[in-house]
Unconditional design. Structure first.
Length: 85
């Protein structure tokens, strides 16, 4: 993907149909990176090469192109949520 067509606030997913693990906080000036806030973990940089799709204000990323620290954060992203809500 050359330049990302992504906006701040877009939700970020590993696949369609899954729960979002974060939201785009910022898009780099050259649109080659996005900064994504992951709940319970903070901000992470994701390069455009890891983005497999963008539609309906959703960003889909390839888990195999993400750093190990981000994968670990994704697994904990919803641990503080109340399962009864």
């Amino acid at each position: 993907m050359a330049a990302l067509e992504v906006g701040e606030g877009y939700e970020v997913f590993l696949a369609d149909g899954q729960k979002a693990f974060g939201a785009v906080r910022e898009v780099s000036r050259n649109r080659q990176d996005i900064i994504v806030y992951v709940e319970n973990a903070g901000d992470f940089v994701i390069h455009a090469s890891a983005v497999t799709g963008v539609h309906a204000q959703k960003v889909i990323v390839d888990r195999h192109k993400l750093e190990a620290r981000l994968i670990e954060a994704i697994t904990r992203a919803h641990t503080a949520e109340d399962p009864n809500i």
